[in-house]
Design a binder for this molecule. Structure first.
Ligand SMILES: NC(=O)c1ccc[n+]([C@@H]2O[C@H](COP(=O)([O-])OP(=O)(O)OC[C@H]3O[C@@H](n4cnc5c(N)ncnc54)[C@H](OP(=O)(O)O)[C@@H]3O)[C@@H](O)[C@H]2O)c1
Length: 310
């Protein structure tokens, strides 16, 4: 396992963490095909193989994900860097304190290692929320503050308003969706803010398990424009390249895709996994390297994608 430090903090995290949005989202189909037991077994496997960063959010499964992660944490609290998120609609001072307390209760812990603003809320002055977050750090109920889905102007405003340091920005980043490279990633690098890449497997698309006759049936991916024909026609050749490069290394397309993300300076990834086998495969993306030539080929193949989000 490879580890790195999150931003300017003293948190040492695995470069591949575990995303747990899937847990408790039965109603959306994303998590309908597995049980709480499988979720717990997946977290156990992750910890066993050295993954120590668990990412959840109050909104995932309306709190179910935090409850499941809390159960998994019971015997492992000391080994885990626990990251959760507060909803935009809970960013008003009084709501923020309450949201944090309720997350702590569901997680059955007394301190959150990384508390992230899930996304900005246009109707609440950011400075008010940052002020409360600073107080929560002072009270010791959160160790560090991160943000998610923040653009450069929002990052700038958050940094100006916060008395401490923002240590991470959790944003979508995968080989097919590289938008953050224009502004967000350079800014984060310059300001020692770690980018935590979500959807690093493009919700499973880059694992190579889908073709036109076998597309995902769940609501979340059916609404994801990546899985539409006009995009798939561009994406499949990139997946062929992942497969081809993987063959050279005895690696799967998922592992090459995650290796690519984690090879980017200042970036770690939190693939979601539902089964122990997936988590093991994903962790197998580390401890080997892509050559400069392979990185360049992946870069060329994915830079000019013209994806449509209609
Ligand atoms: N901050 C935000 O706004 C935000 C937004 C989205 C996600 N996130 C976080 O990021 C995490 C990951 O993002 P994501 O779930 O959107 O996408 P992802 O990690 O790209 O894809 C996860 C899905 O891919 C499939 N998968 C995982 N490993 C696999 C493997 N080795 N082989 C084949 N399939 C595999 C699984 O679904 P199947 O088995 O059903 O195919 C899994 O649910 C989430 O859990 C959450 O913690 C944050």
């Amino acid at each position: 396992m490879e580890y790195t430090i999150l931003g300017t903090s003293d948190l040492k995290v695995s470069k591949i963490g575990l995303g747990t949005w899937q847990y408790g989202t039965e109603g959306w189909g994303f998590g309908a095909d597995f049980t709480e037991q499988e979720a717990l077994a997946t977290v156990d496997k992750a910890l066993e193989i050295g993954i120590n960063l668990l990412d959840t959010a109050e909104v995932y499964g309306d709190g179910r994900s935090e409850e499941i992660v809390g159960k998994a944490l019971a015997e492992h609290r000391g080994e885990v860097i626990l990251a959760t998120k507060v909803l935009p609609r809970h960013l008003r001072p009084r709501d923020l304190v309450r949201a944090c307390e309720e997350s702590l209760k569901r997680l059955k812990i007394d301190q959150i290692d990384l508390y992230q603003i899930h996304a900005a809320e246009p109707y609440v002055p950011l400075a008010e929320s940052m002020d409360v977050l600073a107080k929560l750090v002072d009270r010791g109920v959160i160790r560090y503050v991160g943000v998610s889905n923040f653009s450069v102007p929002l990052l700038r405003a958050a940094e100006e308003a916060f008395s401490g340091r923002i240590i991470s920005n959790q944003v979508r980043y995968n080989l097919l969706q590289r938008d953050i490279e224009a502004e967000v990633l350079p800014y984060c690098r310059e300001h020692s803010i770690t980018v935590i890449a979500y959807s690093p497997l493009a919700q499973g698309l880059v694992t190579g398990k889908y073709d036109r006759d076998h597309l995902p049936a769940d609501k979340i991916r059916q609404r994801n424009p990546l899985f539409r024909e006009e995009n798939l026609v561009q994406v499949f050749p990139v997946i062929d390249l992942l497969r081809h490069i993987g063959n050279e290394h005895g690696a799967t397309p998922a592992q090459v895709a995650l290796r690519w993300v984690t090879a980017q300076d200042g970036v770690i990834a939190i693939p979601g996994a539902k089964r122990p086998e997936q988590v093991e495969e994903n962790a197998g993306a580390l401890d080997w390297s892509l050559s400069m030539d392979e990185l360049a080929r992946l870069d060329t193949a994915s830079t000019d994608l013209e994806l449509s989000y209609f």
